[in-house]
Design a protein around this ligand. Structure first.
Ligand SMILES: Nc1ncnc2c1ncn2[C@@H]1O[C@H](COP(=O)(O)OP(=O)(O)OP(=O)(O)O)[C@@H](O)[C@H]1O
Ligand SMILES: [Mg+2]
Length: 324
């Protein structure tokens, strides 16, 4: 056997991370700079959200991490070993779901998994059926297991791809937009599954263009825009970096908006009985008093916790719906 993934070495260097990239860059043949000098560190045991709008370079990065495409420059280490050079040593420990899982449409979901399991030389054939049944059950596909994969909906295909990634215990799961095509119930199920896997000690690296999804399930996140990393760290710290919004609930929104502007509150937006603005630096009690003095009937007054979206907007100065 060649090199083994370096679990011991990692704990000896806690800063090293399960995935570490340095100046990782990909320029496609057409000239498109899809990933630009990426320094990424994914801590062991984290649920790491890789967040960015469409076209920001998430899938390209994941394809480089999995050794599917070569970087133009820079390095990527997965489980302590360089990729793509150590792909054969690393990949058996990594479960991956990447855009459009490769499935045989003419086979049932169950037979697709049996086939994939059989392709794994380390998988014991005697326990194959049980392994496949467990994986199908974990992703909620048991009832549809006998149906041909070509008759699966997009969400069912995603689930089958996920089941394939779960066929054996993994140290790292890499999931590219795992909730793509799923309805809200399906998205909840995947979030629960990700939390379960993480509590078993698996590091989960998942990409998404949905900010609230990342906030709900991830311990850490990195934010990409146009191929560049703009921030990474614990989710709580990322959103703490942005100031929250002042929210006033009132039956007099027009007056409230006017008074807030007079009080120096920026970006005032009135919608229904809610008037919001950027939380000012000054004492909020004064702002509240000014509203009351002006005869505004204040039913609610407070600062909403900043979301990851606020942090993104604060960092990039643009909304989250940009394309690369
Ligand atoms: N094979 C390719 N050849 C040329 N350009 C590509 C190729 N694949 C992706 N790109 C370009 O690279 C950039 C990043 O694409 P990528 O698929 O990595 O983004 P993404 O963040 O995964 O987006 P999405 O959220 O839509 O999945 C985009 O501008 C895209 O058009
Ligand atoms: Mg993608």
């Amino acid at each position: 056997m060649g090199e083994a993934p370096a679990r011991e070495q990692e704990s000896a260097h806690p800063g090293d991370g399960v995935v570490v990239t340095r100046a990782l860059t990909k320029r496609y043949r057409g000239g498109q700079l899809a990933v630009d000098g990426l320094h990424l560190t994914v801590p062991e045991g984290s649920v790491f959200g890789f967040l960015g709008p469409n076209g920001s370079g998430k899938t390209t990065t994941i394809r480089m991490l999995m050794g599917l495409i070569e970087p133009t420059s820079g390095t990527a280490r997965v489980l302590g070993l360089p990729m793509p050079r150590s792909a054969r040593a690393v990949l058996p420990h990594v479960g991956a779901l990447i855009e459009g899982p490769a499935l045989y449409g003419f086979l049932s979901g169950r037979d697709n998994l049996l086939r994939l399991d059989a392709a794994d030389p380390t998988a014991d054939p005697r326990t194959r059926r049980a392994r496949v049944a467990t994986a199908l059950d974990r992703v909620g596909l048991t009832a549809a297991a006998g149906k041909k994969a070509k008759a699966y909906s997009l969400g069912m295909k995603q689930r089958l791809g996920l089941a394939a990634a779960l066929l054996r215990p993994r140290r790292l799961l890499v999931l590219d937009e795992p909730t793509n095509g799923l309805d809200p119930q399906g998205m909840r199920e995947i979030r629960t599954l990700v939390r379960e896997l993480a509590s078993d000690g698996t590091t989960v690296f998942l990409s998404s263009h949905l900010l609230d999804e990342i906030e709900q399930v991830c311990t850490h996140a990195a934010v990409m825009t146009r191929g560049r990393l703009i921030t990474q760290g614990p989710v709580a710290e990322l959103s703490a970096g942005a100031r929250g919004r002042l929210v006033v609930t009132t039956p007099d929104p027009a007056d409230a908006a006017r008074v807030l502007k007079e009080q120096g509150v920026a970006d005032v937006v009135a919608a229904g009985d809610r008037v919001t603005g950027e939380a000012p630096e000054r004492d909020l009690a004064e702002v509240n008093a000014a509203l009351v003095r002006a005869g505004v009937r204040v039913r609610g007054f407070g600062v909403e916790r900043a979301s990851l979206e606020d942090a993104f907007v604060a960092l990039t100065g643009e909304g989250f719906d940009v394309a690369g």
